[in-house]
Design a protein around this ligand. Structure first.
Ligand code: PMP
Ligand code: GLU
Length: 391
């Protein structure tokens, strides 16, 4: 083998590894309940599917412009104005194959070797690896359970160096569900403006804010908008994870460079899928609102269940569809860390969860509650029983 140094720097996505492992066990006839990869358990709405089928039938099956079909860029710009209160022209929006690729493309166009990017931890698994793939250096900003895992400007400031080029913001957060309040976003934005730091704002879970409305950092002012990449996707909001459609909104010069990357790599996002996304935009948020109601009930149930287990603490997530309980009370004896605890839970309880260390925080586990209430009830019972055996 003769690999590049770059590929040797990165790890596979642990959320996907664990989910594949659970699927494999299930295929072998083992009754596994998966709280692994986070994706809504709802099917893509019919009106979205029908729009894509119509596009297929009408022959919309050819290459499109590299940045996506103009109608969708316009629709996303309109949504960003109406819902998020940020003014972008369609030329400041690019359609991407999911938020994951959107993030990778942003890192590709801004990072030079050695540039540092601040990544608050616990973080979603792909940020650090993508930054490394783009020759950058992820600088971890540790957050604590005591503060509800909420990033503040005061914490951030300590990690800024002359090499800091960017900050990854993810509110609501995967894996903690923490939401950064507007008052704090304003302080973070001021700090980034003062220190010349670009903001990469991953807003994939904006539709799932349970207590307060989502605030996009780019909506704070024109100056902040001009240093921000606003990233989002149809994946979670419209239960379209397999469709691979997301977007980046940013000043036009950045979008032009990202378009070059797309034109030389993917050519364009999938033609007929984009027509489905257009229909999703026309729904005006009714479908995600329905999911949110359901997720909220599940969140309340899961948090209560964890709090009823001796020794476990579990901050109540304000958004997204994950819980991130502290399981250090069960890491002792034969079980030396959270990875071993997740292996134990898989083998003993037949439940798949992701270890906190995959998100840069040992001693925790992450569960996605985007699965049926029946699964949640049965899975929580199994987790409880297996943990109590360790006492
Ligand atoms: N950002 C976060 C925080 C995520 O949890 C995910 C996982 N889906 C993504 C980005 C990637 O989203 P997509 O499936 O649209 O690529
Ligand atoms: N974002 C989801 C998760 O965190 C899907 C898996 C992935 O893309 O890594 O579980």
């Amino acid at each position: 083998m003769n690999f590049s140094e770059r590929v040797l720097r990165v790890q596979p996505s642990q959320t996907l590894v664990i989910t594949a492992k659970a699927a494999e066990l299930r295929k072998r006839g083992i009754d596994i309940i998966s709280f692994g990869a986070g994706e809504p358990d709802f099917d893509t709405p019919d009106f979205v599917k029908e729009a894509a089928i119509k596009a297929l039938k009408e022959g919309k099956t050819r290459y499109t412009p590299a940045a996506g079909i103009p109608e969708l860029r316009e629709g996303i710009a309109k949504r960003l104005k109406d819902k998020n209160g940020i003014t972008y022209s369609p030329s400041e929006v690019i359609v991407t194959p999911g938020a994951k690729m959107a993030l990778y493309e942003v890192f590709s166009v801004i990072l030079n070797p050695g540039d540092e990017v601040l990544v608050p931890a616990p973080y979603w698994v792909s940020y650090t690896e993508q930054i490394k793939l783009c020759d950058g250096v992820p600088v971890i900003v540790p957050l604590s359970e005591e503060n509800g895992f909420v990033l503040t400007a005061e914490i951030l400031e300590k990690y800024i160096t002359p090499k800091t080029k960017g900050l990854v913001l993810n509110t609501p957060s995967n894996p903690t569900g923490a939401v950064i309040p507007k008052s704090e976003l304003i302080k973070i934005a001021e700090l980034c403006l003062e220190k010349n730091i670009l903001i990469i704002s991953d807003e994939c879970y904006e539709e799932f804010c349970y207590d307060e409305d989502h605030v996009s950092i780019a909506s704070i002012s024109k100056e902040v908008r001009d240093i921000t990449f606003t990233i989002n996707a149809f994946s979670k909001s419209y239960s379209m994870t397999g469709w691979r459609l997301g977007w980046v909104a940013a000043p036009e010069e950045y979008i032009k460079k990202i378009t070059i990357i797309q034109s030389q790599t993917i050519s364009n996002p999938t033609s007929f899928a984009m027509y489905g996304a257009l229909a999703a935009l026309e729904d005006g948020g009714k479908f995600p609102a329905m999911m949110k109601e359901e997720f909220k009930k599940r969140r309340d149930f899961v948090v209560d269940q964890f709090l009823s287990i001796e020794g476990i603490t579990c901050p109540k997530p304000q958004g997204a569809f994950y819980v991130f309980p502290n399981v250090t009370a069960y890491i002792n004896g034969d079980i030396k860390n959270d990875i071993e605890l997740t292996t134990y839970l898989l083998e003993d309880a037949k439940v798949a969860v992701v270890p906190g260390s995959a998100f840069g925080k040992e001693g925790y586990i992450r569960l996605s509650y985007a699965t049926s209430m029946d699964n949640i009830m049965e899975g929580m019972k199994r987790i409880k029983d297996s943990l109590l055996k360790l006492k």
